[in-house]
Design a protein around this ligand. Sequence first.
Ligand code: CAO
Length: 252
Amino acid sequence: MNQPTAVAVSFPPVQEVDFSVFGATERVPVARIQKLTATYLARNWVTIPHVTHHDEADISELEVLRKQVSEAGEVKITPLAFQIKALVETLKVFPHFNASLDASGENLILKQYFHIGIAVDTPKGLLVAVIRDCEKKSLPEIAVEVANVSQRARTKGLPLTDMQGGCMTISALGGIGGTAFTPIINAPEVAILGVTKAQWKPARGKDDGIDWRLMLPLDLSYDHRVINGADAARFLLHFAQLLKKPQILLEA
Ligand code: CAO
């Protein structure tokens, strides 16, 4: 029988360049958080076979509802709170996404809880805050928690306990921009959802007229050892359908 083969790969070292030869420069230290995150990102990028699947969700109705709910209550609800709720409902239908491989790689640990990670952009680097038990929390409760935890992450940083135990992460860049990207999986999770800026797009309407729809770009990176492409496509379709008919998320 063939034995597993260890493959050693060596690369030429990156050249040390004296940039001052080309123009003025300044040397600034890399922030501690950025350095720490870099080691995990590099490990995950190299050790997990990533595939990124792209789709978009029609959020025209969701945006109307979101504004109504925000105005009727005391809490501003950003699109991310709806996305967290929709992700929980989608994970319930696709349990292989709410899972981690065990150390042997032979078993999948299916989780029966729904803790969602959110990537937070801070001045010192990227942090992932975990919002726990999202299936038990209302949209306003989730919105408040996202606002509080991201504020804390940016000002004081977060203790390790606030960053552990996530089931799947959302990396929301929609408040900034972009049409698509390929997020890196936050191991030991097996998938990550990237979201960029919603855009108005024309669709074929009644009598071949133009119907303008607000479309949200979605990018799902998944661990191909655990998830197949067809399941990724179904997962994202289900997620997009929940955002298209968002009423159900209010009661979820
Ligand atoms: N399309 C269009 N507009 C969007 C949007 C989208 N997909 N998502 C959010 N917005 C809007 C919000 O409605 C809000 O608009 P108003 O101020 O006019 O009401 C505005 O953008 C700001 O939203 P926000 O970013 O403050 O809040 P959020 O809940 O969407 O996100 C947080 C919170 C913490 C996820 C975000 O601030 C953040 O840090 N994102 C960066 C994540 C990141 O760095 N990812 C990369 C990781 S991989 O390197």
